[in-house]
Design a protein around this ligand. Structure first.
Ligand code: SAH
Ligand code: SF4
Length: 371
């Protein structure tokens, strides 16, 4: 069975052409599936009955299953979403909604686990199982939309009346090592017939897969966040091991190339604050030197602890000193607030359940993209 949620509009038009239907039907179907969240063919009244019948036989519109929905005291929500596994082992991923005064942000996962093994990340600690399909990535947006709307009485409104105004690819997994599926899903997010989000409101966070960053700037330039986390290669090699393959100098050059096409005129550098590891004054000064040629904003993320991580969160006074050094140099610096503490929804705590298939050598990391 073909799951139509795996197609962007162009691919859907090609599919329609291949079954002898008019390609423009793709737009209508995108609107029903994504804009209105209608997945029952019989309700798609402006599509010819004969086509609806044909679709009902050969295709499906199927979302992944929701295993659990949790709501935090601060309004943050988390969905545990099941992903089937051929050998019957349950895997799950997590999706988080963070309501704020002026926006609602959905944090989406791209893989079951992650192979890159950053030492401070609970997803990384679990290893890698598999890439998510397009339907599983865009399905997270559909599931969150459906749930948030049904509660607010907005069920029947199209997605223009947005509760979810922003999407960040910052959940489980490294989005740029699941390149094709992530790009197709983001194209659906940006498609006016589907979710119609602007490029500035979709942010992809990467640990720095340089060739894929170059490709992304051509294929789907959305806002970019880069997980820097260390101000020199020796330290970054230790905590973000992919640095051995794409060191800081190459990463900074890739950021500048990305900015030629990016929807914003800066990248956001994320920097996790690990007590006694990367949070000292000398690190802040080194960091200023590293980023000096890249237009950027900085986001300091207090480390969110998880069992047996071996790290501690930086002291608030150290974070303030670190932030002030950067601010005095003229940078816009934010310190991320932890949300959804009571439901483990914070950055880097998304764990799901992962059947680890990682081969822990740098060579085995699936980082190559077709250039
Ligand atoms: N793989 C991508 C996106 C997912 S992680 C990336 O690494 O950028 C999203 C952000 O959370 C990254 O900046 C990541 O480094 C950070 N993060 C991971 N574990 C964390 C933890 N325990 N505490 C705080 N931030 C963490
Ligand atoms: Fe993967 Fe990002 Fe976690 Fe590193 S921080 S292990 S790249 S999810």
């Amino acid at each position: 069975m073909i799951n139509l949620l795996n197609f962007n509009q162009l691919q859907l038009a090609d599919y329609f052409a291949s079954i002898g239907e008019k390609p423009f039907r793709a737009k209508q179907l995108m609107r029903w599936m994504h804009h209105f969240g209608v997945h029952d063919f019989t309700l798609m009244t402006d599509i010819a009955k004969s086509l609806r019948e044909k679709l009902a036989v050969g295709t499906e519109i199927t979302l992944p299953s929701v295993q659990l929905e949790q709501i935090s005291n601060d309004g943050t929500r988390k969905w545990l979403i099941g992903t089937d596994d051929k050998n019957g082992v349950a895997n799950s991923i997590e999706t988080v909604f963070i309501p704020e005064d002026d926006r609602g942000t959905l944090c989406i996962s791209s893989q079951v686990g992650c192979a890159l093994a950053c030492t401070f990340c609970s997803t990384g600690a679990q290893g890698f199982n598999r890439n998510l399909s397009v339907s599983e990535i865009i399905g997270q947006l559909a599931i969150a939309n459906r749930s948030l709307r049904s509660e607010s009485g907005y069920e029947l409104l199209p997605v223009n009346d947005r509760i979810i105004s922003n999407v960040v690819m910052m959940g489980m997994g490294e989005p740029l090592t699941n390149y094709d599926n992530v790009v197709t899903a983001m194209q659906i997010m940006l498609d006016d017939s589907a979710y119609g989000l602007s490029r500035r409101r979709v942010t992809l966070s990467t640990s720095g897969i340089v060739p894929a960053m170059d490709k992304l700037k051509e294929d789907c330039p959305v806002a970019l966040a880069v997980s820097l986390h260390a101000p020199n290669d020796a330290l970054r090699d230790l905590i973000v091991p992919i640095n051995k393959k794409y060191p800081i100098k190459d990463l900074m050059a890739a950021c500048n190339r990305y900015l030629e096409k990016a929807p914003r005129d800066f990248v956001t550098f994320e920097y996790v604050m690990l007590n006694g590891v990367n949070d000292m004054m000398e690190h802040a000064h080194q960091l200023l030197d590293v980023i000096k040629n890249v237009p950027c904003k900085l986001n300091l993320i207090p480390f969110n602890p998880f069992p047996n991580s071996g790290y501690e969160t930086s002291k608030p006074s150290h974070i303030r000193v670190f932030r002030d050094i950067l601010m005095q140099a003229g940078y816009v610096v934010t310190v991320r607030k932890t949300r959804g503490d009571d439901i483990d929804a914070a950055c880097g705590q998304l764990a799901g359940k992962v059947l680890d298939k990682t081969k822990r050598t740098l060579k085995a990391i699936p980082i190559e993209v077709d250039a």
